[in-house]
Design a protein around this ligand. Structure first.
Ligand SMILES: [Mn+2]
Length: 265
């Protein structure tokens, strides 16, 4: 049985309409079994950077506290923006035997110095590696050798050096055996699957802040996740970035969302 943790949080997003992430989390929550779903009472306010290079840091720290308090093994965390993966991984007792499959159109591997926006979601993976703003970085961080990046196709100039050090699977090469092999090669014995829904191709998925062409199909992604699960158990998963522009748009995408949830749950 899987438990779902809903984090209707937007404070890490660079998008002009970041609050749509709150609507997206709510829409997903409405389609999950109520008895297995816990919705966090995330504050709506922006919060402050507290003198750091991370916008809205005070609110992000509060969301992290909420996620940690509610965390239980085997939980699927539903965002919100990609920051929720940092908070969920910070709740794990250890990252020692864990590999991370980062499925996202963006590497999210900026630090406060390279970030074009100051938005923490674009620094989320860097924080998981234990770097960037100290108040949010995991300590110890996950080694780069245990990250597999799937579907990235919008890489900031300040990120390319970092990305070149990771195991990379471009969108056109998302194929079950290749993804399973990349995860096996990390030497880890369990996996975390992070999915920003913008990894999907805009031809089959609408509800994201900045759609990017040449993405992954839901069929390819779910087949890849299935192959990974045949290799090693999941420690947990995140589904982030759902930002439908209207309730009817949310309905349009919900079949795909539920398919992704089915793949990780
Ligand atoms: Mn993204």
């Amino acid at each position: 049985m899987t438990r779902f943790l809903i984090a209707p949080q937007w404070q890490g997003s660079p998008a002009a309409r970041a609050m749509l992430l709150v609507d997206g989390a709510g829409a997903i929550a409405g389609d999950l079994p109520r008895k297995d779903t816990v919705a966090l009472d995330v504050p709506l306010e922006a919060g402050e950077s507290l003198g750091t290079g991370v916008h809205r840091l005070s609110s992000l720290l509060r969301v992290r506290e909420l996620v940690r308090d509610a965390w239980q093994p085997g939980t699927v965390v539903i965002g919100g923006d990609c920051s929720v993966s940092v908070f969920a991984l910070s709740a794990l007792r250890t990252l020692d035997d864990l590999a991370l499959l980062w499925c996202d159109a963006h590497p999210d591997i900026n630090d406060p110095e390279t970030s074009p926006s100051g938005a923490f979601s674009g620094m989320a993976l860097r924080a998981i590696l234990g770097e960037g703003e100290k108040q949010l970085a995991l300590a110890p961080g996950l080694p780069r050798s245990r990250v597999v990046m799937l579907g990235a196709r919008s890489i900031d100039p300040g990120e390319s050096q970092e990305v070149s050090q990771l195991s990379l699977i471009p969108p056109a090469q998302v194929e079950p055996d290749a993804v399973a092999a990349a995860m096996r090669d990390t030497g880890a014995s369990r996996a975390w699957v992070h999915i920003d829904v913008d990894v999907l191709d805009p031809a089959e998925f609408d509800g994201v802040s900045s759609p990017l062409p040449f993405g992954v199909t839901a069929a390819a992604l779910t087949a890849a996740i299935k192959a990974v699960r045949a290799e090693m158990p999941l420690a947990g998963a995140t589904i982030a970035g759902f930002a439908p522009r209207s309730p009817s748009d949310a309905v349009h995408d919900m079949g795909t969302i539920l398919r992704l949830i089915g793949a990780v749950a």
